[in-house]
Design a binder for this molecule. Structure first.
Ligand SMILES: *Cc1c(COP(=O)(O)O)cnc(C)c1O
Length: 408
């Protein structure tokens, strides 16, 4: 079961797709004067940049690809350490490993986003960047994070994959740090099957991210541009079919986020003041509203409640928790993922093991997710409402939750 954008796939997406299919012109590049070229990807980039209040946007093939392009644009590589929370999707961590850099896991706090105090504790002379992850729609504590980044001269890469549409203190996420990455996979606020975006206000970073996504080329090339390629890139391009769906979805994002916030507030109003349980801390009311997280006072109650709704506590859910990432557990980044050259040159080894982040474990063991707009077993949210739910259903579900909590 997918995210809110997928629930709303309809006429508008079909119309944009048909527009492209009429001519069959699928490449993102084309001539302004060619009537067959419908400019879906380029228009999507322009509109997403405008929506975000960012100067630049490049669309790429996934959120993972977007993170890799961000790291490449910042020149993060062998031996560099990047601080990332232990509660996130594996892609935040794997993109750092594939940049041949070293992920340093940090604790979260009761907002379920990275704990600024723990960031300070994890800084070494090798630290190059912080990757705050706006988890489950909730913006990170960006003021504190940006203060630390300035103090230690670090880059900030915002992983916005779970929170398109959210804002922090009036600024859209992804525009507060140096560069931001988004995903268009089917679980996200808006989707195109797969896809992603990089946004930034820095022209040099934009050109590097763009070049990384297309074999080193300058933005929006016409033809080959031999002699004009300053970096070695890859191919992370999307085509016009993906661009068409992304464009139609983007034009629904305000409606999606407003609906989710309203629905979540209705649920919260019904559930406020219950004994032994509270809500996750929200760092800005302009969050996405995709999920409601209940944090119980004791672990046993959380486990019992989760069972009743056919879910698990977040600590046991899917693969967003470092404890459940068998890909990295008991491995050492430098020796097991990186080439011998890197090992010899950059000696610091970090081993990842279960329960290395006690505060994160303690919070997630008491936390249970209720769906508001993202129905996802992997996030521990198979139960709740969707973006299509009306007042009657919201009322019914909140009554069910209340009764279950009272009977624990
Ligand atoms: C979904 C997600 C990604 C990766 O997105 P894909 O498009 O699936 O590659 C990265 N980080 C976080 C936090 C995510 O939730």
């Amino acid at each position: 079961m997918p995210g809110p954008g997928a629930f709303l796939f309809g006429e508008e997406e079909r119309a944009e797709l048909l527009d492209v299919m009429e001519t069959g012109y699928l490449s993102r590049y084309g001539s302004e004067n060619d009537p067959n070229y419908k400019r879906k990807v380029v228009t999507f980039e322009k509109e997403f940049a405008e929506f975000s209040g960012a100067k630049y946007c490049v669309a790429v093939n996934s959120g993972t690809g977007a993170l890799m392009a961000c790291l490449a644009a910042l020149g993060i590589g062998p031996g560099d350490e990047v601080i990332v929370p232990g509660y996130t999707f594996i892609a935040s961590i794997s993109s750092i490993i594939h940049a041949r850099a070293i992920p340093v896991l940090a604790e979260i706090d009761e907002s379920l986003t990275i704990d600024p105090e723990d960031i300070r504790k994890k800084i070494t002379d090798k630290t190059k960047a912080i990757m705050p992850v706006h988890m489950l729609g909730n913006p990170c504590k960006m003021d504190e994070i940006m203060d630390i980044a300035k103090e230690y001269n670090l880059f900030v890469i915002e992983d916005c994959c779970q929170s398109a549409g959210a804002a922090y203190k009036g600024k859209k996420i992804g525009t507060i740090g140096h560069i931001g990455a988004f995903s268009l996979n089917v679980f996200k606020t808006i989707m195109a099957g797969d896809g992603g975006m990089v946004i930034t206000n820095d022209q040099a970073l934009y050109e590097k991210a763009f070049g990384f996504h297309d074999q080193g080329h300058k933005p929006n090339r016409m033809g080959l541009e031999i002699g004009n390629r300053s970096i070695v890139g890859m191919n992370l391009r999307i085509n016009e079919l993906t661009g068409a769906v992304a464009l139609a979805q983007l034009r629904k994002i305000d409606k999606i986020v407003t609906t989710l916030r309203n629905n979540k507030n209705k649920l919260k109003e019904e559930l406020r003041g219950l004994d032994g349980v509270g809500f996750r801390k929200i760092n800005d009311e302009e969050e996405c509203g995709t999920l409601l997280t209940l944090i119980f006072e004791d672990k046993e109650k959380a486990v019992k409640f989760a069972k009743k709704i056919g879910a698990t506590t977040i600590s046991e859910s899917g693969w967003h928790v470092y404890n459940n990432m068998e890909q990295i557990l008991n491995k050492k980044t430098v020796t097991e993922y990186q080439c011998p050259f890197v090992c010899e040159k950059y000696g610091r080894e970090i081993e990842y093991h279960k329960h290395m982040l006690p505060k994160t474990d303690e919070i997630l063991e008491r936390s249970v997710n209720i769906s508001v707009g993202v129905v996802d077993k992997g996030l521990g949210a198979p139960y709740g409402i969707s973006i299509l739910s009306g007042d009657e259903e919201i009322q019914k579900i909140s009554q069910e939750i209340k009764n279950m909590i009272k009977s624990l």
